[in-house]
Structures are given as structure tokens and as C-alpha cells.
Design a protein around this ligand. Structure first.
Ligand code: ATP
Length: 356
């Protein structure tokens, strides 16, 4: 699996720069006793089920912390009910957080007044939902330009920008079509174009492909990967599908019962799952598609002949199989001229054998 940039779970490579979004100890509790719950360390320490029993309140998001870096594709993954949608809706205050902090480009979103929030939602954020939310009586071009129209962008400028993003998402020729003349996948392309039209700083996706057929879904995932590369925007993507998360995410946050279980790159989740829950999630992932050489290399022994081929530690195992198996000596894993370890047939076969 190709990744644009190597990172660690702490995001240290990402965070040479200021985060776009920074979330601290965020809670969202539904129910009339919500503020009592977050004011009480005792109630906060209860599990979601216990809290429900004791107070009738639902702790949808519980003490969540994470940062998203500029240009990152950050995926929030968890089973149904784990709190993904509530968490992401809190980020734009479509859902009002009960406590905690959310900074967007350094600005405390929780202090934003209604006017500022409207501004942010119009100019800085875009959302793509599962149900495309297209206006049925408007053509593709007019749906795509809708946000610009609301912003008061002049017709000619709007048409120009709409055409640009329509071309970008591969809908050239369909400008005059109406949503009901398009397949589900194409309708979601309109949703993508609409989200991109206003040139937002962050795009939020809430399970945008769940309603699509598997093959179309795969196409759309590739499309988002391509768009992300081309436009370089920060994206926050919710899914309950691990393979989607692994395909798209620079980093993945795994939620369970409102809490963060682990945040990491795909190879970190597969190579070093934080607990049995994550281990269970990643059990069926083909490890050779996700793990990189740094996960399987070993220190060289005195018997190793060290004039074999060299590969980087972030090379995905699957892409190294041929080089390793065809070399008659270990492949050296090298970064910036430094020998980090070696990989030979046994290491490769150890990964591949587990996938049978
Ligand atoms: N408005 C609400 N009032 C009360 N409880 C809510 C509300 N919205 C969500 N919840 C509860 O909060 C918890 C988290 O829900 P949420 O929709 O965020 O999870 P999710 O991971 O996005 O699930 P799904 O994939 O099914 O949408 C669930 O127990 C849900 O029932």
C-alpha cells in the first residue's frame, strides 16, 4: 500500500507544523444530566453502559484527544455506535460538545459565535455525507455551484469554478444532467465536487460510500485517494470499514464506546495493535499489504553477506517480495545511508505464510 509520507503514531513527522485541528479531552454526553456527568470525575470514570444505568445519559464521546495535521487524511473508524459521527459533528459544532476543547487553525471553535460558525461552515469546512444531499431540481453544475451562490460569488466566476471541480472529479459532460439521471457513484462525485468547489480548508466525510455497490465503492475510494493527492487538502473521513480506512488513511483513529483505542498509521495498527480489540479488527488484513520492512527486519548476523540490494524501511512487504526472494543474500534495509537491519527469505515468508 503506497503512502505519501512516513509517520509515527504520535504523528511526529506530521507535527513539525501546527495542527489544523486539535481536540483535547472532548466529551459529548446526550441526556438531561450531561453537564452533571462531565463535572463529576466519578461519573466520567463509569463505562458507557454503567453511566446509562446510573443516570440515563449516553456518553457518545468520552475524553477524546487527537490532532490532525495540514494535508493529512485522518480516518475515524469504529463499529456502529462507537461515536464516530458524533465526534466528527462536534468538530464543526453540528453537535454541541459537552466539554473539552477544539482548536481549528489555532482558533477555539467552542468560543465561536453563530456568525463566526456560519462563516467557518461556509468558507473553511465542507461535508460529504452518505446520502448525497443533492438538490433534485438543480443540474449537476448548479448543485456544484450552490455553496458559491450562497456566498454571493458572481455567476461567471461560479460557472468557471464549478467546471474546474466537475472536471477534477471526472464528471465532464454531465454538467447539465440532473441527479436522478446519475448512478449512485456519480451522484457522490457531484457531492465531492460540491465539497471542493468552495476551496475549503478541511473536508469532512461521513461514511460517504456506505450506500454504494462494492465495485463502485472501490472506485470512489481510489478517486478520493487521487483527489487527496491532487488537491492536498486536510480530510477527516469516517468509516466502519477497516479496508477503506487502510486504503485511505494517513493515520487512523479507532474508537470503541466513545473512546479512542488507538491512533496510528495502518502499519502501526497491524504491526502493533494496542489491545485485543484492535488485534481482532486487523486479524484478517493481509499483512504483506500493510506492513513495511521496518516491521520485519532483523539485525544482521556475522554470517550475513552485506552486499545485497538495498530497500527503504517504509517499503511495503508485498512490494519487496520479489527483490528479497530473488536475491541470494539478505536485502539491506537502509535509511539515509544507515543500515537499519536486513530482510531475508525467512522474514518475508514469515509474513506471507500467516496470510494463507
Ligand atoms: N441525539 C442523540 N441522542 C441520544 N443519543 C445519541 C444521539 N446521537 C447519537 N447518540 C448515541 O451516541 C452513541 C454514538 O452514536 P454515533 O452515531 O456517534 O456512533 P457512530 O459510530 O457514528 O455509529 P453509526 O456508524 O451507526 O452512525 C450511540 O449510542 C447513539 O445511540
Amino acid at each position: 500500500m503506497e503512502k505519501r509520507c512516513a509517520q509515527s503514531a504520535t504523528g511526529s513527522e506530521w507535527f513539525g507544523v501546527d495542527p489544523v485541528i486539535s481536540v483535547g479531552d472532548l466529551w459529548k454526553v446526550f441526556g438531561s444530566k450531561a453537564s452533571q456527568v462531565v463535572a463529576s470525575p466519578e461519573l466520567k470514570s463509569l463505562s458507557r453502559a454503567e453511566l446509562m444505568d446510573r443516570t440515563g445519559a449516553v456518553a457518545a464521546v468520552r475524553g477524546v484527544d487527537f490532532d490532525v495535521a495540514p494535508g493529512e487524511m485522518f480516518v475515524v473508524m469504529g463499529l456502529s455506535g462507537s461515536g464516530k459521527s458524533t465526534l466528527v459533528r462536534c468538530l464543526t459544532r453540528l453537535v454541541e460538545p459537552t466539554s473539552g476543547s477544539i482548536a481549528f487553525e489555532g482558533e477555539n471553535i467552542l468560543d465561536a459565535d453563530p456568525k463566526r460558525l456560519r462563516d467557518l461552515r461556509r468558507n473553511k469546512f465542507s461535508m460529504v455525507f452518505q446520502h448525497f444531499g443533492l438538490l433534485p431540481h438543480r443540474s449537476v453544475a448548479d448543485n456544484v455551484g450552490y455553496g458559491l451562490e450562497i456566498r454571493g460569488v458572481a455567476r461567471a466566476k461560479r460557472a468557471e469554478r464549478s467546471q474546474e471541480v466537475i472536471d477534477l472529479v471526472g464528471l465532464t459532460g454531465y454538467e447539465k444532467s440532473y441527479p436522478d439521471q446519475l448512478s449512485g457513484g456519480m451522484q457522490q462525485r457531484v457531492g465531492l465536487a460540491r465539497a471542493l468547489a468552495g476551496d475549503p480548508d478541511v473536508l469532512f466525510f461521513d461514511e460517504p460510500f456506505s450506500a454504494l455497490d462494492p465495485l463502485i465503492r472501490r472506485d470512489m475510494q481510489s478517486e478520493v485517494v487521487r483527489l487527496h493527492r491532487e488537491v492536498g487538502k486536510t480530510m477527516v473521513f469516517i468509516t466502519h470499514d477497516l479496508s477503506e480506512a487502510l486504503k485511505l488513511g494517513d493515520r487512523i483513529l479507532i474508537m470503541r464506546d466513545g473512546e479512542v483505542v488507538q491512533v496510528g498509521t495502518g502499519d502501526e495498527l497491524v504491526g502493533a495493535p494496542a489491545d485485543d480489540y484492535v488485534r481482532d479488527f486487523v486479524r484478517d488484513v493481509p499483512r504483506s499489504h500493510v506492513l513495511t520492512l521496518k516491521w520485519i527486519m532483523r539485525p544482521p548476523t556475522p554470517d550475513d553477506v552485506l552486499d545485497g540490494p538495498e530497500l527503504g524501511p517504509d517499503t511495503v512487504v508485498r512490494e519487496a517480495i520479489r527483490s528479497v526472494l530473488s536475491a541470494d543474500r539478505p536485502v539491506k534495509v537502509v535509511r539515509d545511508g544507515e543500515l537499519l537491519g536486513v530482510v531475508a527469505d525467512e522474514e518475508i515468508l514469515g509474513v506471507v505464510a500467516g496470510e494463507a
